[in-house]
Design a protein around this ligand. Structure first.
Ligand SMILES: [Zn+2]
Length: 262
């Protein structure tokens, strides 16, 4: 997400970023997961700040993901599968699983056969491309994260990914019809060309998923958080996207809290 969307820079800045640095990742992941569930139980009753979004995590900890690939983009199913595998590992830090239908992933098209998305990030409405994709593919999308794989973002060709978490829909897209805002929740866009320019930006998919799962457009900026999935250097250019993959117990707790699951 670009700098326009940053609201609450420090809101997730609790706890050291540990996973990803430990030689024994699976142990660290289960410890974090247990902590997250405990913290979630404590927080749930007092602070339900759900923006009307459908529950995105089921009682078994599964997040449903529906990837779509722009026809003619040259993006392969293997690239998408590799992304999903990395996202699975990242989200397992919070005890979450990803439920997704196996490849081949369905293709979609934009008008004129384009695979560059016109976005409208600071604007109070959605772009016509966004409206088009949301209304065509999100009609049955309650409780599902929909990942659209495209070549690039026309507004910012260096953007690796962007998403529509609940705070962004509620606080920025204020002139969009409420029904469209609701339908848009859980939408994310991955831009493959920008990721290649940046040397891969391996964690774009889980980064955008966590924006949605925490209902937050916030990033972390402290240099001590540089291994965190949600870290972005202050004043970052989108060309300097982070390669961090760690999530803190506070971030995991937030996901479970938002989902309303124990
Ligand atoms: Zn972001």
């Amino acid at each position: 997400m670009n700098a326009l969307l940053i609201f609450l820079a420090a809101s997730l800045a609790a706890g050291p970023a540990r996973a990803g640095q430990s030689p024994d990742l699976s142990q660290a992941f289960s410890a974090l997961s247990a902590q997250a569930k405990r913290a979630s139980t404590r927080l749930k009753a007092s602070d339900a700040q759900n923006h009307g979004a459908p529950r995105l995590v089921d009682s078994g900890g599964a997040v449903r993901l529906a990837p779509f690939v722009c026809a003619g983009s040259g993006i392969s199913d293997a690239q998408v599968s590799a992304d999903i595998a990395r996202a699975r590992k990242v989200l397992s830090q919070c005890g979450l699983k990803i439920a997704v239908s196996p490849a081949p992933y369905p293709r979609f098209s934009l008008p004129d056969g384009r695979c560059n998305l016109e976005t409208d990030e600071g604007s109070p409405v959605f772009s016509s491309d966004e409206r088009d994709l949301i209304s065509r593919y999100r009609t049955k999308g309650a409780g599902v994260l929909t990942a659209f794989y495209l070549s690039w973002d026309s507004e910012d060709p260096n953007e690796a990914g962007t998403s529509i978490p609940a705070d962004y829909a509620a606080e920025v897209k204020t002139a969009a019809p409420a029904s469209l805002r609701r339908q848009a929740l859980g939408t994310l866009f991955i831009f493959q060309k920008a990721r290649e320019t940046m040397g891969g930006d391996a964690y774009t998919l889980p980064h955008e998923m966590v924006h949605i799962l925490t209902e937050s457009s916030a990033h972390l900026y402290a240099p001590s958080d540089s291994t965190n999935l949600m870290y972005r250097p202050l004043g970052y250019a989108s060309t300097s996207a982070s390669q961090g993959s760690a999530l803190t117990s506070a971030q995991c707790a937030r996901i479970w809290q938002v989902s309303g699951q124990p």
